[in-house]
Structure formats: structure tokens, C-alpha cells
Design a protein around this ligand. Structure first.
Ligand SMILES: [Mg+2]
Length: 228
């Protein structure tokens, strides 16, 4: 594919979950690990499978409590919920699958553009995901908003301002999937914003935040070079 010379002056910044890889792959892996823990430590069978079933049916909140009820055990003690959340959030998947178009786009851009990553979510969960994907091979200094402070999760502009300080004088583009929070700050700061529409993504149909609509929408990240 023809690469425009503008690419050399561009800082291309990616979101992580459902932009570079399917988040459900992490969720599945972490629920297996959590279910295994519950079975081995508490003799509680079937929790991981029940939670997975609920997740695939669209349930996003209180997965462990709901799974526990589904198994006929009533209310789960809060200390157990907290322990399972700890196992879930600390889970280190051995590997995670890239979206093939995301990996191809990054390999195409790497020799020319400055690459970055801005991701929300709990540490060390986000670090573990990035490590399982080998993100740092392409993006040596990812920014995890949680490192800056919980108040700096998107839509705060803090991480985007930090990216501009680290790589001054470039054009910036943010590529992400969730119009409810991802594009507000980069739109405000004059970045180009691009939403990747993933059929399996969680946020494809959420309403955009005020001033949070992406300027460009794509279904394949290999098309990104046309927009630089
Ligand atoms: Mg995302």
C-alpha cells in the first residue's frame, strides 16, 4: 500500500481493548482462571462456566454474584467477591490473539510513524494484557491512564496531553472503539479521531458522548494509512 509522506509527522495512538485484540478473549481466559481458583480453594464447581455463559449472554455486571445465584448458592459473601475480582484483575494470560488487521496496520506504520497507546482500566490487568500481546515490541512506552491516577481515566485529556508532551510537534490520531468515552479528549485537543467498528465489540452501538463522535469510522485498520 502507498504510504503518504505525512506519515512521518504523525503520532498514531491506539486504544487496547477491542481495538488491538478482542476483549472477550481476556475475559474468557480470566474467567477460566477464576473458576479454577474457586473450585480448588473453595470446592465450588462450575462458577467459571456459569460466569462465561452469563458474559456471552450479554451480562456485564456482577458476573460472579449472578453465577453463584445461578448455581443455586444464594448470595455470595463480599469477601469472596473481592477475592475473585482480585484473581480476575491479576490474571496473566499466556497469550492473547491480535485482530489480524490491527497487527498488520501496526507493522505497516511502525517504520514510518510514531506509535503510542492510551488505555484505561485496572492495573495490573492492562499491563498483563499488553504483555500477553507483546505490545511493547511496537510501542515501547504505552500510557495506562490508571498510572496517572483514577481521575485521569478517559474522557480526561491528561493522557493525551502527556502523549503530546512526549512527542511534540506532530499530527496526532487516536484509534479506538468506544464513542462514549474515547474520542472526547482527542477531539478537544485537535487530534484526528478514528473509530474501529468491531462486530464483536461491546461499544459498537453505544451513544457517543457530547463532542465524542469519531471523525472517521472504519471496519478494517489496514485502511488507516489512507487517513493520515
Ligand atoms: Mg476499547
Amino acid at each position: 500500500m502507498q504510504v503518504s509522506r505525512k506519515i512521518f509527522d504523525t503520532c498514531v495512538v491506539f486504544d487496547l481493548d477491542d481495538t488491538l485484540y478482542p476483549e472477550h478473549a481476556f475475559v474468557s481466559s480470566a474467567l477460566v482462571a477464576t473458576g479454577k481458583f474457586a473450585e480448588e480453594k473453595w470446592g465450588l464447581a462450575g462458577l467459571g462456566d456459569a460466569a462465561q455463559g452469563l458474559f456471552h449472554a450479554g451480562q456485564r455486571k456482577e458476573l460472579f454474584q449472578q453465577a453463584y445465584r445461578l448455581l443455586g448458592h444464594g448470595e455470595m459473601e463480599e469477601s469472596k467477591v473481592q477475592k475473585l475480582l482480585e484473581i480476575y484483575r491479576g490474571h496473566r494470560p499466556e497469550s492473547l490473539p491480535w485482530f489480524p488487521d490491527a497487527l498488520e496496520a501496526i507493522e505497516l506504520l511502525k517504520p514510518h510513524a510514531t506509535l503510542g497507546l492510551i488505555s484505561d482500566g485496572y492495573l495490573p490487568t492492562q499491563r498483563n494484557k499488553a504483555e500477553a500481546l507483546g505490545v511493547q515490541r511496537w510501542i515501547p512506552e504505552p500510557i495506562f491512564t490508571e498510572e496517572l491516577g483514577r481521575q485521569y481515566w478517559k474522557p480526561s485529556p491528561r493522557a493525551f496531553e502527556l502523549m503530546m508532551q512526549r512527542h511534540p510537534g506532530l499530527q496526532y490520531i487516536y484509534i479506538a472503539d468506544n464513542p462514549a468515552k474515547d474520542f472526547v479528549a482527542p477531539n478537544l485537543l485537535g487530534w484526528k479521531t478514528l473509530q474501529i467498528l468491531r462486530p464483536e465489540g461491546q461499544y459498537q452501538s453505544v451513544s457517543p458522548a457530547v463532542n465524542g463522535e469519531a471523525q472517521i469510522k472504519l471496519t478494517d485498520l489496514r485502511e488507516v494509512v489512507r487517513h493520515l
